[in-house]
Design a protein around this ligand. Sequence first.
Ligand code: IMP
Ligand code: MG
Length: 171
Amino acid sequence: MTVTPLITEEQIQDRLSQLGRRIEEDYTGRPLMIVAVLTGSLVALADLIRRIQIPHRVGLVQASSYRGATTRNTTLVLNESFAPDVVGRDVLLLDDILDTGQTLAALAEHLRDRGASRVRTAVLLRKIGRQVVPIEPDYIGFTIPDVFVVGYGLDYNDDYRHLPYVGVLAE
Ligand code: IMP
Ligand code: MG
């Protein structure tokens, strides 16, 4: 397997600074809670929150999707062991990548059901061409073509998450 760099460390850091400033503007005076989807958004979370200089809380949820081999249907399994209390909070849901959109859409609905006063979404990457659920993230780091990427939190079989950049994985 080889990884071909697609988005450099510097490009990611610059973009997170921009997003951090926008989030500060948009959430000043609001009870912001950033809820990150484990495990892929862990690296982005750590870098993003250090660029947001307004008070905010951080929570984590874990979601895994299991895709049938012969069907497009996805079963989303939520692990709520460390689920934060979101009642009355302005939640910004953060994930590593929007692919089909199923994870983000299901989690956003779930957090609303759990009493969040508002749920908006942020993704480091948005992959073009595979979306099946109509959800429009409020903050997008980078738009990428339909390629399989790893690094900066994103994995292939739980490997490559530690790379400081995002690259395309190929045989
Ligand atoms: P969705 O529900 O189809 O939008 O899937 C989102 C999840 O699929 C992400 O949180 C990732 O874990 C995973 N995923 C989708 N595309 C990629 C990729 O190119 N590399 C690594 N993980 C991916
Ligand atoms: Mg993930």
